[in-house]
Design a protein around this ligand. Sequence first.
Ligand code: NAD
Ligand code: TYD
Length: 350
Amino acid sequence: MKNILITGGSGFIGSHVVRLFVTKYPNYNIINLDKLTYAGNPENLSDIENHSNYTFVKGDINDAAFVFDLFKKYSFEAVIHLAAESHVDRSISNPNEFIMTNIVGTLNLLNATKHTWGENVKDKVFYHISTDEVYGSLGKTGFFHETTAYDPRSPYSASKASSDHIVRAYFHTFNVPVKISNCSNNYGSHQFPEKLLPLMINNIKNNQPLPVYGEGINVRDWLWVVDHARAIDVIFHQGKIGETYNIGGHNEWKNIDIVHLLCDTMDEKLGREKGTSRKLITFVKDRAGHDMRYAIDATKIKQELGWEPSVTFEQGMNITIDWYMANQQWMDNITSGDYQNYYKEQYGNK
Ligand code: NAD
Ligand code: TYD
């Protein structure tokens, strides 16, 4: 049995990665280290929590001594690092936590890895999961390539960019065997409803206003979370040490168009008259420093590792909307309590 540490496994993407690895690789012992912040939800893994090759550890990557002890206890042979503060709006209202978790937390994991593995790095890997937001904001044309210069513009993306730099520094300076991937916006089941898609789906269902920032013309490149997890699997097993891979679905949407799509699809699914949900759209004050457009060139992972998305956007969205409609209890559990306070602070009474 190979002990593999996955950090942030109780969050949105992490839970999909844990599920894939636990079910696909019975010879891996998956240890999920998660602090269970507001974004971490053990319910995301209730279907696999009793598997014999899965262990949950509650803990904070910002606690260096704790991280060192955990490495001592489990002698990890690989790390897949997803734990992070991940929401741009929260990074604008409270940047400090982002600097701590995304930068210092990553540094703590790298130090423990370096200390534990030393020169004995054969078949070992420290895989850092990052975002396309480190590349900044595109105009109407062009794509982010692996070689695009970093130009982060929000506290979130700046903290992720810093962590990417530190990960590369540990590869070049200390020979820690790292891999990095930078993915575009993910959508799918189990995403916390502070992010665009689950927030809109939840509000449409509840006949609440749909807060679109600015004019709704910002563009994001959307990928189904299960396909991101598949890409992580492929990079983890076949990617080269020291390399970076961009992951994306060549699937660009203006925010307003994706909200229209959600409204129309849900009107149909809910048996509402066409056009009903669009009336809920409310244009609100734009996000500070709002990046205009993200778009990934995913040629490298396709050509070198043979990965490409497994579903069309239409298929992925259908599965996703159906999941949120069938899992109201999951939504109710996380939107009670603190979520109400966050929502009031972020959106006022809109
Ligand atoms: P998320 O916010 O849903 O989950 C983050 C998880 O990390 C939570 O379970 C949380 O409890 C845990 N965590 C936070 N601070 C921690 C700490 N100090 N110690 C231990 N655990 C802690 O995030 P996500 O959307 O699943 O993103 C996962 C990773 O993927 C992040 O690194 C993010 O930057 C990256 N990413 C996300 C997207 C996206 O569209 N969501 C796209 C590209 C890359
Ligand atoms: P988000 O899901 O927060 O992801 P990111 O900022 O990391 O791309 O937002 C996606 C896009 O949707 C982004 O351009 C901001 C916009 N947005 C809204 O218009 N209204 C909202 O309520 C939210 C949460 C996001």
